[in-house]
Structure formats: C-alpha cells, structure tokens
Ligand binder design. Structure first.
Ligand SMILES: Cc1cc2nc3c(=O)[nH]c(=O)nc-3n(C[C@H](O)[C@H](O)[C@H](O)COP(=O)(O)OP(=O)(O)OC[C@H]3O[C@@H](n4cnc5c(N)ncnc54)[C@H](O)[C@@H]3O)c2cc1C
Length: 442
C-alpha cells in the first residue's frame, strides 16, 4: 500500500476518516482471537497498514473502489469481538471500521432495518420502545454490531426459541461488492446464505433487515444440581416444554460456575449450574421440574430485560470461556454439536474418556426437528496434539466439531460452496478479508 494512500482517501471521503496512528491501527487489527492459544501465536503480529472509519454509504463505496483500483486488501470490522481472528487482517491493507456507520433506519411491525455498524444493545433498546425485541443476539450484545454478528456470529440468547442466524433471522442484506465499480446488491431468500457467517469475504454488508419479536418481560433463575445427568434432563425438559417461553438455557459443569465471580454468593459449591432466562411467570414450573430432577432453583431475578445490574446472560455462550480464562488463562474450548436424540450417551462417552479434563458447557438451541444442546466444552490447554486428540475422539464418536482454533471458514459447512462461487463473482481479485476462505488459494 503506497505511502500516499491517506492523502488519496482523504481527498475522496473528506478529512477525518482515515487512521494512520500505529496504536489505533493495531487495536483495529485485533479481535478476541487470543481465546485460542494456537491463534494467539499465529495472529499476534498481523496488523493492517491503515484503517478507514466509514460514516456513509458513499464512504463505503468509494473506499472499496479505491482499494480495488490499488489492489489493497480490505477487512471489515464491527465491534471486533469475534473469537477466531475473523477480523484480523492477514495481508495488511485497510481495516474498515464500520462502528460509525450506525443509524437505525426503520423499526417497523416485526422488523428493523439498520446500517451494519449499529450495536445490538442499542437496537434492542430502540426495538423495546416499540413493544418489540431482538429475536436472537450474542452475549456480547453491548459491543457487537449487527453487521459483525451476521458476518461472524452464529446464534445466542433467543436461539432456544428462534434458532441461529440461518433460521429466518436475517430478512435482507444490502451488500457491496469489491469490483472496479462496486455494485450495491439487495439480497433476500436463499442467497443470504452466501453472506451469513462469511467473514465479509463475499461482500461488505451495508444495511441489514432482521425480524423482531413482540417484547416480553423476562426473568432469570439458576438451577443447581449434584449430577450432570440430572441437570441435562432438567434443561431438556425446559427446552422441550412448549408452554415455557425462554431465551436461555445454559448448563455449566463444576468448577465452571466457580469462575463466575460476580455471581459467587448465588452459586452452590460443587454443583452443576443451569442459567435460565424465561418469561415472567415461569418460576413455579421451573421449581417443579428442578425438584423432580433432583435439583433446585436458587437465585432468581425479575425484569432481566432491563439489563440493570448483573445479567445471567453475561455468563453464557462465549462469555463462559471468558470467565474461565479470567480465572486461569490456560483454559481453552471447542465448539461441537451433539446429536439431537443421543447426546446423553455421547456426553457419557466423553466423560468416561476424559473425566474432569473436559468440562461440559452446553447451550440449548432450537434446531431442525427439535431442541438440542450446542456444546462449548472447556479444558486446560497443554499441547496442540492433546487438543486434537480431544477433537479426534469427538469426531470418532460422531460429534461434529466446529474448530474454533482456525481463522478459516469450514469447508464442511453446508454454505461453503455457495460462498466460494459468490466470492469469485463479487471479489474477483480476492481482496475481501483474504485468507479466510480455503478457496482463497485456488
Ligand atoms: C465474550 C464473548 C461472547 C460471545 N458470545 C457469542 C454468542 O453468544 N453468539 C455468537 O454468535 N458469537 C458470540 N461471540 C463471538 C462474537 O461476539 C460475535 O460473533 C459477534 O456478534 C461479532 O460482532 P462484532 O461486531 O464484534 O463483529 P467483528 O468481530 O467485528 O466481526 C466479525 C466478522 O464479521 C466481519 N464483518 C464485520 N462487519 C461486517 C460487515 N459490515 N460486512 C461484512 N462482514 C463484516 C468481520 O470481518 C469478521 O470476520 C462472542 C465473543 C466473545 C468475545
């Protein structure tokens, strides 16, 4: 990238949008890749050569045209909370900081249209003012952007009812391509799969339309169980009961709950904890199910939708890993999907093989055909060989692993082929976040 890039981009966009200060660029070049000890070593020195703070659609289009003309790689970035180095530029170039491109354009009946840099927390707040709320959001709601969630996330709070990003939770995307004259595409239907969780490799999301749900009053509760099996049965009953409206069912094997420092006085020593967010009025049923499965409901909190004070969702999904890392930075994790019908047996096999080395952290999700736990098991990192022994064992017993220790999009994903084809059309010079699709090298 030539030394004159800043002057040239300033001329195009007006002053004040380019970033050349080294520390700021370094910061904009990192996400939460350090969750993985393998990625930490490989990505720590990767840094962009410059950054552009996008404020308008014209800024976006002109920056892409400039980058194409000068063959400069471009990496889009929202809140920078991705866990796999998705937003880390592997080949220098420009980072597009989209957090300033953040207008909520419309909140209609059942949907919201907004610019990609809108923070999910702000969107939830605005939606609630209209009697609506987000259907799904990551536990990083206060930092993550809607564009970053769609570009690099998968699901989260609400996924027990509404599934993941691919399950009708994105209605429309406005996308810019990386060509001499960047095209503005309006994407709907099946084609959305070419962009969801695509790390910005197939196009830059400018606007998004997502569905909203009618707002509910939520409350939180912690179920405590001596035995993992009982906690799983309880969680599954809550998940499968259509009369219970829920946003989160999150199970944590001991000692994981001991790392949730702000919850210390509500956590029972040695017990499996199930963190729940359910519609107000559900506590009697939760208490009944917990006692029938050999546990109890301890801590409860009303009005969790106001997000005042400590929220149990701050300990779910990949926040669990963060609390464990704060307590002991040797912890690391995997992401895997146990079978819908056979997960109890599969988990028993894992516990038999690895005992307390591999600790269960499960998040119940709506999946095709019912509900099932997504599993983000934690363990202390020793060597890469040991990490892959655990992966190999899981795969050998039929549990697919979404490896969080790579920055590459998985070729096993059902949307992979579509993305590769789309990239060839939308980004013929492979300038969009290069190195993240395997096909980059072809
Ligand atoms: C503590 C913690 C908890 C988490 N919990 C969850 C969770 O519950 N669920 C979940 O799914 N994930 C979770 N994550 C991962 C991450 O938070 C989510 O993926 C989040 O939604 C990312 O949003 P972001 O704005 O930070 O995106 P970024 O990290 O900035 O970007 C994510 C990816 O999208 C690309 N991108 C960003 N903006 C655009 C755009 N406008 N157009 C095209 N591509 C773009 C980036 O290049 C990158 O590849 C968690 C991470 C942490 C650290």
């Amino acid at each position: 990238m030539g030394a004159s890039w800043q002057v040239e981009v300033d001329e195009l966009l007006g002053e004040g949008k380019t970033v050349v200060e080294k520390t700021a660029i370094e910061k904009l070049s990192k996400d939460y890749y350090w969750y993985s000890p393998l990625l930490q070593a490989k990505l720590k020195d990767k840094v962009a050569e410059g950054a552009v703070r996008i404020r308008t659609e014209a800024d976006l289009k002109q920056t892409l045209a400039y980058a194409y003309a000068n063959r400069i790689p471009v990496t889009p970035r929202g809140g920078g909370t991705g866990n796999y180095g998705q937003a880390v530029p592997l080949n220098g170039g420009i980072v597009l900081d989209l957090t300033g491109y953040n207008e909520i354009l419309e909140i209609g009946d059942g949907y919201a249209r907004c610019q990609a840099g809108v923070k999910l927390g702000a969107l939830e707040k605005a939606a609630r003012l209209t009697g609506q709320e987000l259907r799904i959001y990551p536990s990083t709601i206060m930092i993550a952007t809607i564009g970053g969630f769609i570009g690099g996330g998968s699901g989260g709070i609400g996924s027990i009812t509404y599934g993941g990003l691919w399950d009708g939770n994105v209605l429309e995307l406005v996308v810019y391509t990386m060509e001499e004259e960047p095209r503005r595409l309006v994407i709907r239907g099946e084609e959305l799969n070419d962009y969801i969780h695509g790390y910005g490799t197939t196009g830059i999301l400018a606007e998004v339309v997502i569905p909203l749900a009618p707002a509910k009053e939520w409350q939180e509760a912690i179920g405590q169980f001596e035995r993992l099996e009982d906690a799983m049965r309880f969680s599954n009953r809550v998940a499968d009961d259509p009369a219970l409206t829920k946003r989160v069912i999150s199970l944590h094997e001991w000692p994981l709950p001991s790392y949730f420092a702000p919850l210390a006085k509500h956590i029972q020593q040695g017990k499996v904890a199930v963190l729940l967010e359910v519609e107000k009025g559900s506590l009697d049923t939760l208490r009944q199910y917990a006692s029938e499965e050999g546990g109890e409901i301890g801590y409860t909190k009303d009005d969790s939708h106001t997000r005042k004070g400590v929220s149990l969702t701050d300990f779910t999904f990949n926040h669990t890993t963060l609390w464990a890392l704060k307590a002991d930075d040797n912890y690391t994790y995997l992401q895997c999907r146990f079978s819908l019908t056979d997960y109890e047996r599969e988990i028993a096999l894992v516990k038999e093989k690895f005992g307390d080395e591999v600790l269960m952290h499960m998040e119940w999700m709506k999946v095709e055909g019912g509900t099932a736990p997504a599993n983000l098991p934690l363990f202390k990192f020793t060597t890469e060989e040991r990490l892959y022994e655990i992966v190999d064992f899981l795969e050998a017993i039929g549990v697919p692993v979404n490896n969080p220790h790579t920055w590459k999009l998985s070729a096993k994903s059902s949307t992979y082929e579509g993305m590769v084809a789309r990239k060839r059309v939308n980004d013929p010079l492979n300038l969009l976040n290069p190195g993240k699709l395997y096909a980059d090298h072809e």
